[in-house]
Design a binder for this molecule. Structure first.
Ligand code: ZN
Length: 242
């Protein structure tokens, strides 16, 4: 099964586009030979340097004020959910570029043996995030502009919040999972029509219908993740610690 969500840096590029994903497996077995499942945020695919980055992100997610309250409550809440949800969420920071130069991260379904909880991989493209240009233009003065005022690890945390929101919805909300399945199916249909290059009116009409529905689905799929990301961005940018 293919599935993906991604944070597209340019707001006007939020419409869904096709992307292949990798089916991955969890090979570990227990003493009886049955597959075991580790849960929470799994970082064993990170190299030493990436792990340092991850630890710095965790420090932000877990930061507390003098009264013991989380400094970034929305990020903290998502992080705690991911660690305690009982799902496996692998973290990767690929060194290659993402498929799209605007794709900061993606959330990919893992193939798990039957009887096991589904798992996801979150890929954070730190190179794309580092290079992301954020400029406040007059026309977008009131819009949320991802990463504005943030750099480095704080940007990665904002991205993580976006992807964890997708992950939580996908893993816990069947209606949301259905939206993703529909998006995938329609995306396949749309790409087939594009490849066929037919220019007759019924094909054109069908393409327009598909585009319209895909945009609608994309907006619905992204809404909560963008909202959570925006909230985390607000928390991070209003902090004197960042
Ligand atoms: Zn997204």
């Amino acid at each position: 099964m293919r599935n993906w969500f991604s944070l597209i840096l340019a707001a006007n590029l939020l419409a869904p586009i096709g992307a292949a994903c990798v089916a991955e497996s969890i090979p570990k077995k227990d003493l009886t030979g049955r597959p075991t499942q580790r849960t929470g945020l799994l970082t064993d695919r990170l190299n030493k340097k990436q792990l340092q980055v991850w630890r710095a992100m965790e420090q932000i997610a877990g930061a507390k004020d003098q009264t013991g309250q989380p400094l970034y409550p929305s990020l903290h809440e998502l992080y705690i959910w991911a660690q305690t949800s009982g799902f496996s969420i692998g973290i990767e920071m690929p060194q290659h570029e993402s498929i799209s130069p605007y794709e900061a991260a993606e959330c990919v379904l893992e193939q798990t043996p039957s009887g096991m909880m589904p798992g996801l991989t979150i890929r954070i493209y730190v190179g794309v995030i580092d290079k992301a240009r954020v400029e406040r233009t007059e026309s977008r003065a009131n819009d949320f502009i991802p990463f504005l005022g943030l750099s480095g690890v704080a940007r990665y945390c904002e991205t993580l919040a976006h992807e964890l929101t997708h992950a939580r919805q996908w893993l816990t909300d069947p209606a949301y999972a259905q939206l993703l399945r529909e998006q995938e199916a329609l995306n396949t249909q749309f790409l087939e029509l594009v490849h066929r290059k037919a220019k007759d009116n019924p094909t054109r009409r069908r393409k327009l219908e598909l585009q319209h529905r895909l945009t609608e689905l994309g907006n619905r799929i992204e809404a909560s993740a963008i909202s959570a990301e925006k909230q985390v961005w607000r928390e991070l940018t209003s902090s004197p610690m960042i």
